[in-house]
Design a protein around this ligand. Structure first.
Ligand code: 0X9
Ligand code: ZN
Length: 451
Protein backbone atom coordinates (compact mmCIF):
# COMPACT_ATOMS: atom_id res chain seq x y z
CA UNK A 1 0.00 0.00 0.00
CA UNK A 2 2.69 2.45 1.14
CA UNK A 3 4.74 1.49 -1.88
CA UNK A 4 1.97 2.30 -4.35
CA UNK A 5 1.36 5.67 -2.64
CA UNK A 6 5.04 6.47 -3.08
CA UNK A 7 4.92 5.36 -6.70
CA UNK A 8 1.94 7.65 -7.28
CA UNK A 9 3.73 10.58 -5.65
CA UNK A 10 6.84 10.02 -7.79
CA UNK A 11 4.83 9.72 -11.02
CA UNK A 12 2.85 12.87 -10.20
CA UNK A 13 6.02 14.81 -9.42
CA UNK A 14 7.49 13.76 -12.75
CA UNK A 15 4.37 14.82 -14.61
CA UNK A 16 4.48 18.17 -12.79
CA UNK A 17 8.18 18.58 -13.57
CA UNK A 18 7.72 17.76 -17.25
CA UNK A 19 4.71 20.09 -17.46
CA UNK A 20 6.64 22.97 -15.90
CA UNK A 21 9.67 22.27 -18.07
CA UNK A 22 7.58 22.26 -21.23
CA UNK A 23 5.85 25.52 -20.29
CA UNK A 24 8.98 27.31 -19.20
CA UNK A 25 10.80 26.33 -22.36
CA UNK A 26 8.08 26.97 -24.88
CA UNK A 27 10.07 29.68 -26.65
CA UNK A 28 13.31 27.71 -26.76
CA UNK A 29 14.88 28.13 -30.18
CA UNK A 30 12.35 30.72 -31.33
CA UNK A 31 14.26 33.25 -33.43
CA UNK A 32 13.78 37.00 -33.28
CA UNK A 33 14.59 38.51 -36.66
CA UNK A 34 14.47 41.82 -38.47
CA UNK A 35 13.45 42.16 -42.10
CA UNK A 36 13.05 45.11 -44.42
CA UNK A 37 10.01 44.92 -46.74
CA UNK A 38 10.59 46.85 -49.95
CA UNK A 39 7.45 46.15 -51.97
CA UNK A 40 3.74 45.51 -51.45
CA UNK A 41 4.39 41.88 -52.23
CA UNK A 42 6.82 41.75 -49.29
CA UNK A 43 4.18 43.21 -46.98
CA UNK A 44 1.71 40.59 -48.15
CA UNK A 45 4.23 37.85 -47.54
CA UNK A 46 4.74 39.00 -43.95
CA UNK A 47 0.97 39.06 -43.37
CA UNK A 48 0.73 35.59 -44.87
CA UNK A 49 3.38 34.29 -42.47
CA UNK A 50 1.59 35.95 -39.57
CA UNK A 51 -1.67 34.25 -40.46
CA UNK A 52 -0.37 30.82 -41.36
CA UNK A 53 3.08 30.14 -39.92
CA UNK A 54 2.81 31.37 -36.34
CA UNK A 55 5.00 34.37 -37.11
CA UNK A 56 4.48 36.97 -34.39
CA UNK A 57 5.15 40.52 -35.56
CA UNK A 58 6.49 42.73 -32.78
CA UNK A 59 6.88 45.98 -34.67
CA UNK A 60 4.00 48.37 -34.64
CA UNK A 61 4.69 49.74 -38.07
CA UNK A 62 4.20 47.60 -41.15
CA UNK A 63 5.07 49.61 -44.19
CA UNK A 64 7.51 49.64 -47.09
CA UNK A 65 11.11 50.53 -46.15
CA UNK A 66 10.57 50.22 -42.38
CA UNK A 67 12.30 47.47 -40.42
CA UNK A 68 9.96 44.85 -39.03
CA UNK A 69 10.82 42.78 -35.99
CA UNK A 70 9.19 39.39 -35.52
CA UNK A 71 9.58 36.07 -33.78
CA UNK A 72 9.67 32.81 -35.74
CA UNK A 73 8.63 29.47 -34.21
CA UNK A 74 11.62 27.14 -33.97
CA UNK A 75 10.27 24.49 -36.33
CA UNK A 76 9.10 26.93 -39.00
CA UNK A 77 12.11 29.26 -38.85
CA UNK A 78 14.28 27.62 -41.57
CA UNK A 79 11.39 27.46 -44.04
CA UNK A 80 10.31 31.07 -43.39
CA UNK A 81 13.86 32.41 -43.72
CA UNK A 82 14.29 30.51 -46.97
CA UNK A 83 11.05 31.94 -48.36
CA UNK A 84 12.06 35.44 -47.30
CA UNK A 85 15.35 35.07 -49.13
CA UNK A 86 13.66 33.68 -52.24
CA UNK A 87 11.52 36.82 -52.35
CA UNK A 88 14.57 39.06 -52.02
CA UNK A 89 14.09 40.00 -48.38
CA UNK A 90 17.21 40.11 -46.18
CA UNK A 91 16.78 38.53 -42.77
CA UNK A 92 18.87 39.74 -39.84
CA UNK A 93 18.83 37.45 -36.82
CA UNK A 94 18.61 39.55 -33.64
CA UNK A 95 18.33 36.68 -31.13
CA UNK A 96 18.49 33.00 -31.85
CA UNK A 97 16.69 32.02 -28.68
CA UNK A 98 13.69 33.99 -27.45
CA UNK A 99 13.69 31.90 -24.28
CA UNK A 100 17.05 33.41 -23.34
CA UNK A 101 15.75 36.93 -23.94
CA UNK A 102 12.80 36.26 -21.63
CA UNK A 103 15.22 34.80 -19.12
CA UNK A 104 17.44 37.88 -19.33
CA UNK A 105 14.52 40.16 -18.56
CA UNK A 106 13.46 37.89 -15.67
CA UNK A 107 16.99 37.90 -14.25
CA UNK A 108 17.14 41.70 -14.29
CA UNK A 109 13.73 41.74 -12.58
CA UNK A 110 14.89 39.26 -9.92
CA UNK A 111 17.97 41.35 -9.12
CA UNK A 112 15.77 44.41 -8.90
CA UNK A 113 13.42 42.64 -6.47
CA UNK A 114 16.32 41.58 -4.24
CA UNK A 115 17.73 45.13 -4.23
CA UNK A 116 14.41 46.86 -3.54
CA UNK A 117 13.36 44.32 -0.88
CA UNK A 118 16.44 45.29 1.04
CA UNK A 119 15.44 48.94 0.84
CA UNK A 120 11.70 48.68 1.41
CA UNK A 121 9.73 46.54 3.78
CA UNK A 122 6.51 48.14 2.70
CA UNK A 123 4.22 45.67 0.95
CA UNK A 124 1.99 48.51 -0.21
CA UNK A 125 4.63 49.26 -2.83
CA UNK A 126 4.85 45.74 -4.27
CA UNK A 127 3.26 47.04 -7.49
CA UNK A 128 6.44 49.05 -8.07
CA UNK A 129 8.83 46.14 -7.91
CA UNK A 130 6.98 43.41 -9.76
CA UNK A 131 4.31 42.69 -12.35
CA UNK A 132 1.46 41.63 -10.07
CA UNK A 133 -0.73 38.60 -10.70
CA UNK A 134 -4.49 39.04 -11.11
CA UNK A 135 -5.35 38.17 -7.49
CA UNK A 136 -2.69 40.60 -6.30
CA UNK A 137 -4.12 43.34 -8.49
CA UNK A 138 -7.56 42.75 -6.96
CA UNK A 139 -6.03 42.93 -3.48
CA UNK A 140 -4.17 46.10 -4.45
CA UNK A 141 -7.41 47.74 -5.63
CA UNK A 142 -9.22 46.82 -2.42
CA UNK A 143 -6.33 48.20 -0.40
CA UNK A 144 -6.30 51.45 -2.39
CA UNK A 145 -10.07 51.77 -1.98
CA UNK A 146 -9.67 51.34 1.81
CA UNK A 147 -6.85 53.87 1.82
CA UNK A 148 -8.91 56.79 0.53
CA UNK A 149 -10.92 58.83 3.07
CA UNK A 150 -14.10 56.73 3.40
CA UNK A 151 -16.53 59.46 4.41
CA UNK A 152 -15.77 61.62 1.45
CA UNK A 153 -16.60 58.98 -1.12
CA UNK A 154 -13.57 59.73 -3.24
CA UNK A 155 -13.31 56.23 -4.68
CA UNK A 156 -15.57 53.39 -5.65
CA UNK A 157 -14.61 49.90 -6.72
CA UNK A 158 -16.79 47.74 -8.91
CA UNK A 159 -16.71 45.20 -11.71
CA UNK A 160 -17.89 46.02 -15.23
CA UNK A 161 -18.35 42.39 -16.24
CA UNK A 162 -16.61 39.06 -16.32
CA UNK A 163 -14.49 37.06 -18.71
CA UNK A 164 -14.67 33.63 -20.35
CA UNK A 165 -12.84 32.18 -17.35
CA UNK A 166 -15.12 34.06 -15.01
CA UNK A 167 -12.72 36.68 -13.74
CA UNK A 168 -14.18 40.05 -12.82
CA UNK A 169 -13.01 43.11 -14.73
CA UNK A 170 -12.39 45.49 -11.85
CA UNK A 171 -12.70 49.23 -12.17
CA UNK A 172 -11.88 51.97 -9.73
CA UNK A 173 -13.32 55.47 -9.76
CA UNK A 174 -11.21 58.24 -8.25
CA UNK A 175 -12.57 61.76 -7.92
CA UNK A 176 -14.86 64.08 -6.02
CA UNK A 177 -18.44 62.81 -6.22
CA UNK A 178 -19.42 66.32 -7.32
CA UNK A 179 -17.00 66.26 -10.29
CA UNK A 180 -19.11 66.42 -13.43
CA UNK A 181 -16.60 65.40 -16.09
CA UNK A 182 -15.35 61.89 -16.59
CA UNK A 183 -12.24 60.22 -17.93
CA UNK A 184 -11.88 56.56 -18.80
CA UNK A 185 -8.54 54.77 -18.75
CA UNK A 186 -7.88 51.12 -19.42
CA UNK A 187 -4.81 48.92 -19.42
CA UNK A 188 -3.98 45.36 -20.30
CA UNK A 189 -6.15 44.73 -23.37
CA UNK A 190 -3.20 42.77 -24.72
CA UNK A 191 -2.00 40.10 -22.34
CA UNK A 192 1.77 40.27 -22.86
CA UNK A 193 2.10 44.04 -22.49
CA UNK A 194 2.85 43.80 -18.75
CA UNK A 195 4.07 47.39 -18.47
CA UNK A 196 0.54 48.57 -19.24
CA UNK A 197 -1.33 47.22 -16.15
CA UNK A 198 1.61 48.18 -13.95
CA UNK A 199 1.33 51.77 -15.24
CA UNK A 200 -2.40 51.86 -14.42
CA UNK A 201 -1.61 50.64 -10.90
CA UNK A 202 1.06 53.32 -10.57
CA UNK A 203 -1.45 56.01 -11.55
CA UNK A 204 -4.12 54.68 -9.15
CA UNK A 205 -1.64 54.73 -6.27
CA UNK A 206 -0.51 58.28 -7.06
CA UNK A 207 -4.03 59.64 -7.55
CA UNK A 208 -5.18 58.25 -4.22
CA UNK A 209 -2.01 59.63 -2.65
CA UNK A 210 -3.05 63.06 -3.93
CA UNK A 211 -6.53 62.63 -2.45
CA UNK A 212 -4.99 61.83 0.93
CA UNK A 213 -2.70 64.83 0.69
CA UNK A 214 -5.57 67.14 -0.16
CA UNK A 215 -4.26 67.91 -3.66
CA UNK A 216 -7.53 67.42 -5.45
CA UNK A 217 -7.70 70.16 -8.06
CA UNK A 218 -7.90 67.71 -11.00
CA UNK A 219 -10.15 65.37 -9.09
CA UNK A 220 -12.70 68.04 -8.34
CA UNK A 221 -13.17 68.48 -12.07
CA UNK A 222 -12.84 64.87 -13.22
CA UNK A 223 -13.87 61.50 -12.00
CA UNK A 224 -11.21 59.20 -13.34
CA UNK A 225 -12.29 55.63 -13.97
CA UNK A 226 -9.41 53.20 -14.31
CA UNK A 227 -9.69 49.59 -15.50
CA UNK A 228 -6.19 48.27 -14.75
CA UNK A 229 -6.63 44.90 -16.44
CA UNK A 230 -9.21 44.51 -19.19
CA UNK A 231 -8.00 41.07 -20.27
CA UNK A 232 -7.26 39.19 -17.05
CA UNK A 233 -7.59 35.70 -18.59
CA UNK A 234 -4.96 36.41 -21.22
CA UNK A 235 -2.72 38.15 -18.68
CA UNK A 236 -2.77 35.20 -16.29
CA UNK A 237 -1.98 32.86 -19.17
CA UNK A 238 0.96 35.05 -20.18
CA UNK A 239 2.13 35.19 -16.56
CA UNK A 240 2.03 31.43 -16.05
CA UNK A 241 2.31 29.65 -19.40
CA UNK A 242 3.17 31.65 -22.52
CA UNK A 243 4.92 34.95 -21.92
CA UNK A 244 4.12 36.20 -25.43
CA UNK A 245 0.34 35.58 -25.29
CA UNK A 246 -1.65 38.53 -26.71
CA UNK A 247 -5.31 37.56 -27.06
CA UNK A 248 -8.03 36.66 -24.58
CA UNK A 249 -8.76 32.97 -23.86
CA UNK A 250 -11.89 32.34 -25.93
CA UNK A 251 -12.24 28.68 -26.91
CA UNK A 252 -12.67 29.05 -30.66
CA UNK A 253 -14.22 25.70 -31.56
CA UNK A 254 -11.76 24.15 -29.11
CA UNK A 255 -13.07 20.61 -29.49
CA UNK A 256 -12.33 20.68 -33.20
CA UNK A 257 -8.94 22.30 -32.77
CA UNK A 258 -7.41 22.07 -29.29
CA UNK A 259 -4.19 23.77 -30.46
CA UNK A 260 -3.39 26.51 -27.95
CA UNK A 261 -2.46 28.89 -30.78
CA UNK A 262 -6.05 28.74 -31.99
CA UNK A 263 -7.49 29.86 -28.69
CA UNK A 264 -8.30 33.49 -28.12
CA UNK A 265 -9.57 36.59 -29.86
CA UNK A 266 -7.50 39.74 -30.28
CA UNK A 267 -9.71 42.11 -28.29
CA UNK A 268 -8.25 45.08 -30.14
CA UNK A 269 -9.66 43.71 -33.40
CA UNK A 270 -13.07 42.77 -31.98
CA UNK A 271 -14.74 46.16 -31.47
CA UNK A 272 -17.66 46.78 -33.81
CA UNK A 273 -16.73 49.88 -35.73
CA UNK A 274 -15.68 49.19 -39.34
CA UNK A 275 -14.92 45.71 -38.02
CA UNK A 276 -12.69 43.49 -40.19
CA UNK A 277 -12.18 46.19 -42.81
CA UNK A 278 -8.41 46.17 -42.45
CA UNK A 279 -5.47 44.59 -40.65
CA UNK A 280 -7.35 41.82 -38.87
CA UNK A 281 -7.64 38.11 -39.41
CA UNK A 282 -10.49 35.63 -39.78
CA UNK A 283 -8.14 32.80 -38.77
CA UNK A 284 -8.63 31.77 -35.11
CA UNK A 285 -4.97 30.73 -34.95
CA UNK A 286 -3.74 34.21 -35.87
CA UNK A 287 -2.52 36.71 -33.27
CA UNK A 288 -4.90 39.27 -34.76
CA UNK A 289 -8.02 37.07 -34.94
CA UNK A 290 -10.95 39.49 -34.85
CA UNK A 291 -13.48 37.01 -33.43
CA UNK A 292 -16.40 35.15 -35.00
CA UNK A 293 -18.36 38.38 -35.27
CA UNK A 294 -17.97 41.94 -34.06
CA UNK A 295 -18.31 42.52 -30.29
CA UNK A 296 -18.33 38.77 -29.71
CA UNK A 297 -16.17 38.88 -26.58
CA UNK A 298 -17.28 39.46 -22.99
CA UNK A 299 -14.37 41.85 -22.35
CA UNK A 300 -15.29 43.94 -25.42
CA UNK A 301 -18.97 44.04 -24.48
CA UNK A 302 -18.25 44.89 -20.84
CA UNK A 303 -16.26 47.95 -21.84
CA UNK A 304 -18.88 49.03 -24.38
CA UNK A 305 -21.72 48.57 -21.92
CA UNK A 306 -19.87 50.60 -19.35
CA UNK A 307 -19.22 53.46 -21.75
CA UNK A 308 -22.76 53.47 -23.13
CA UNK A 309 -24.93 52.56 -20.18
CA UNK A 310 -23.91 55.26 -17.82
CA UNK A 311 -25.39 58.67 -18.19
CA UNK A 312 -21.89 60.09 -17.83
CA UNK A 313 -20.31 62.47 -20.24
CA UNK A 314 -16.90 61.10 -21.15
CA UNK A 315 -14.30 63.73 -21.94
CA UNK A 316 -11.55 61.32 -22.85
CA UNK A 317 -10.66 57.67 -23.20
CA UNK A 318 -7.04 56.53 -22.95
CA UNK A 319 -6.02 52.93 -23.56
CA UNK A 320 -2.49 51.86 -22.62
CA UNK A 321 -0.52 49.33 -24.65
CA UNK A 322 3.12 48.61 -25.34
CA UNK A 323 5.45 49.06 -27.00
CA UNK A 324 6.93 51.72 -29.29
CA UNK A 325 6.44 55.11 -27.56
CA UNK A 326 3.52 56.35 -29.60
CA UNK A 327 0.70 58.64 -28.49
CA UNK A 328 -1.83 57.93 -31.19
CA UNK A 329 -5.40 58.82 -32.02
CA UNK A 330 -8.08 57.46 -34.41
CA UNK A 331 -8.60 56.35 -36.98
CA UNK A 332 -6.97 52.95 -37.03
CA UNK A 333 -9.35 51.34 -39.52
CA UNK A 334 -8.38 53.65 -42.41
CA UNK A 335 -5.90 56.32 -43.37
CA UNK A 336 -8.24 59.29 -43.36
CA UNK A 337 -8.33 61.56 -40.33
CA UNK A 338 -11.18 62.45 -38.00
CA UNK A 339 -12.53 65.99 -38.54
CA UNK A 340 -11.12 67.20 -35.23
CA UNK A 341 -7.69 65.66 -35.66
CA UNK A 342 -5.88 68.97 -35.10
CA UNK A 343 -7.36 69.21 -31.62
CA UNK A 344 -6.51 65.58 -30.96
CA UNK A 345 -2.97 66.18 -32.15
CA UNK A 346 -2.57 69.33 -30.03
CA UNK A 347 -3.64 67.63 -26.81
CA UNK A 348 -1.43 64.62 -27.52
CA UNK A 349 1.48 67.03 -27.96
CA UNK A 350 0.78 68.63 -24.59
CA UNK A 351 0.62 65.20 -22.89
CA UNK A 352 3.73 63.82 -24.51
CA UNK A 353 5.74 66.99 -23.83
CA UNK A 354 4.84 66.85 -20.15
CA UNK A 355 5.90 63.18 -20.18
CA UNK A 356 9.18 64.02 -21.87
CA UNK A 357 10.10 66.59 -19.24
CA UNK A 358 10.38 63.84 -16.60
CA UNK A 359 13.28 61.92 -18.12
CA UNK A 360 13.52 62.80 -21.75
CA UNK A 361 11.42 59.94 -23.18
CA UNK A 362 10.26 60.78 -26.69
CA UNK A 363 6.87 59.84 -28.08
CA UNK A 364 5.71 60.06 -31.67
CA UNK A 365 2.25 61.46 -32.34
CA UNK A 366 -0.19 60.79 -35.18
CA UNK A 367 -3.19 58.78 -36.27
CA UNK A 368 -3.00 55.02 -35.70
CA UNK A 369 -3.29 54.07 -39.36
CA UNK A 370 -0.81 56.67 -40.54
CA UNK A 371 1.79 56.18 -37.86
CA UNK A 372 1.49 52.39 -37.49
CA UNK A 373 -0.72 50.46 -39.88
CA UNK A 374 -4.37 50.23 -40.86
CA UNK A 375 -6.20 47.90 -38.52
CA UNK A 376 -9.87 47.86 -37.65
CA UNK A 377 -11.71 46.75 -34.53
CA UNK A 378 -9.68 48.71 -31.97
CA UNK A 379 -11.25 49.98 -28.75
CA UNK A 380 -10.04 53.48 -29.66
CA UNK A 381 -11.95 53.64 -32.96
CA UNK A 382 -15.07 52.31 -31.26
CA UNK A 383 -14.83 54.82 -28.41
CA UNK A 384 -14.69 57.68 -30.89
CA UNK A 385 -16.89 56.31 -33.69
CA UNK A 386 -19.66 54.74 -31.60
CA UNK A 387 -18.99 55.98 -28.06
CA UNK A 388 -18.75 59.56 -29.37
CA UNK A 389 -15.87 60.39 -27.03
CA UNK A 390 -13.88 63.30 -28.39
CA UNK A 391 -10.40 62.80 -27.01
CA UNK A 392 -9.45 59.18 -27.63
CA UNK A 393 -5.89 57.86 -27.53
CA UNK A 394 -3.93 54.65 -27.63
CA UNK A 395 -0.67 55.15 -25.77
CA UNK A 396 2.07 52.69 -26.63
CA UNK A 397 4.45 52.72 -23.67
CA UNK A 398 8.20 52.01 -23.51
CA UNK A 399 10.46 50.73 -24.91
CA UNK A 400 10.92 52.59 -28.15
CA UNK A 401 10.81 50.51 -31.32
CA UNK A 402 13.74 52.45 -32.73
CA UNK A 403 16.49 49.87 -33.17
CA UNK A 404 19.07 52.39 -31.99
CA UNK A 405 17.36 52.67 -28.62
CA UNK A 406 19.32 50.77 -26.00
CA UNK A 407 16.18 49.13 -24.55
CA UNK A 408 14.35 48.35 -27.78
CA UNK A 409 15.38 44.69 -27.65
CA UNK A 410 13.27 44.12 -24.53
CA UNK A 411 10.11 44.73 -26.56
CA UNK A 412 7.21 43.26 -24.53
CA UNK A 413 9.61 41.89 -21.91
CA UNK A 414 10.51 45.16 -20.25
CA UNK A 415 12.16 44.20 -16.93
CA UNK A 416 10.42 45.18 -13.72
CA UNK A 417 13.05 47.88 -13.12
CA UNK A 418 11.07 49.95 -15.63
CA UNK A 419 7.78 49.90 -13.72
CA UNK A 420 8.60 53.01 -11.74
CA UNK A 421 10.20 55.22 -14.40
CA UNK A 422 7.50 54.38 -16.93
CA UNK A 423 4.74 54.90 -14.35
CA UNK A 424 6.22 58.19 -13.22
CA UNK A 425 6.59 59.81 -16.64
CA UNK A 426 3.24 58.49 -17.89
CA UNK A 427 1.45 59.83 -14.82
CA UNK A 428 2.93 63.27 -15.41
CA UNK A 429 2.02 63.06 -19.12
CA UNK A 430 -1.58 62.09 -18.37
CA UNK A 431 -1.94 64.86 -15.80
CA UNK A 432 -0.58 67.40 -18.29
CA UNK A 433 -3.07 66.18 -20.85
CA UNK A 434 -5.98 66.34 -18.37
CA UNK A 435 -5.08 69.85 -17.27
CA UNK A 436 -5.17 70.94 -20.88
CA UNK A 437 -8.76 69.65 -21.10
CA UNK A 438 -9.82 71.91 -18.26
CA UNK A 439 -8.68 75.01 -20.05
CA UNK A 440 -9.86 73.80 -23.43
CA UNK A 441 -12.57 76.05 -24.85
CA UNK A 442 -14.16 73.27 -26.86
CA UNK A 443 -14.78 71.31 -23.71
CA UNK A 444 -16.94 73.79 -21.82
CA UNK A 445 -20.18 72.05 -22.80
CA UNK A 446 -21.22 69.36 -20.38
CA UNK A 447 -23.89 67.90 -22.62
CA UNK A 448 -24.35 64.16 -22.39
CA UNK A 449 -23.27 61.86 -25.16
CA UNK A 450 -25.95 60.58 -27.49
CA UNK A 451 -26.22 57.02 -28.72
O1 0X9 B 1 -2.27 46.66 -33.07
C1 0X9 B 1 -2.77 47.07 -32.01
O2 0X9 B 1 -3.81 46.62 -31.56
C2 0X9 B 1 -2.06 48.19 -31.25
N1 0X9 B 1 -0.65 47.93 -31.20
S1 0X9 B 1 -0.09 46.69 -30.27
O3 0X9 B 1 1.30 46.46 -30.58
N2 0X9 B 1 -0.13 47.14 -28.75
O4 0X9 B 1 -0.88 45.55 -30.47
C3 0X9 B 1 -2.29 49.51 -31.94
C4 0X9 B 1 -3.74 49.90 -32.04
C5 0X9 B 1 -3.96 51.22 -32.70
N3 0X9 B 1 -5.34 51.49 -32.92
C6 0X9 B 1 -6.06 50.95 -33.93
N4 0X9 B 1 -5.52 50.30 -34.88
N5 0X9 B 1 -7.36 51.17 -33.92
ZN1 ZN C 1 -1.37 46.18 -27.49
Amino acid sequence: MLQSVWRLIIINSWILFLYCYANNHFYKGYEVVRVLPKTNEHLQLIRHFEDNYGVDRWSEVLTINRDVKMSLPRKQAPKIKKLFKQHGIDVKILHNDLEKLIQKSDDISKQHKIRTKRLTVNIASSHLTGYLRYHEIVEFLKEQHRRSPPLRNFTSLFSIGSTHENRSIWTIRIGKPSARRNILIDCGIHAREFISPSTCLYMIDKLIGEVNNGRVSLLSVFNIYIIPLLNPDGYEYAQTERRMWRKNRALNGYYHNPDSKCIGVDLNRNFGYHWMENGASTNPCSETYAGPHQDSEPETRSLQRFIKQSSRHWDAYLTFHSYGQYWIYPWGFALHMPDDYIELNNKATIGSEALKRVSGTLYKIGSAANLLYESAGGSDDWAKGVGQIKYVYTVELRPSDDMNDEHAHFAFMLPETFIEPVGQETYVGVKGFLRSLITSRGQKSLSKNKY
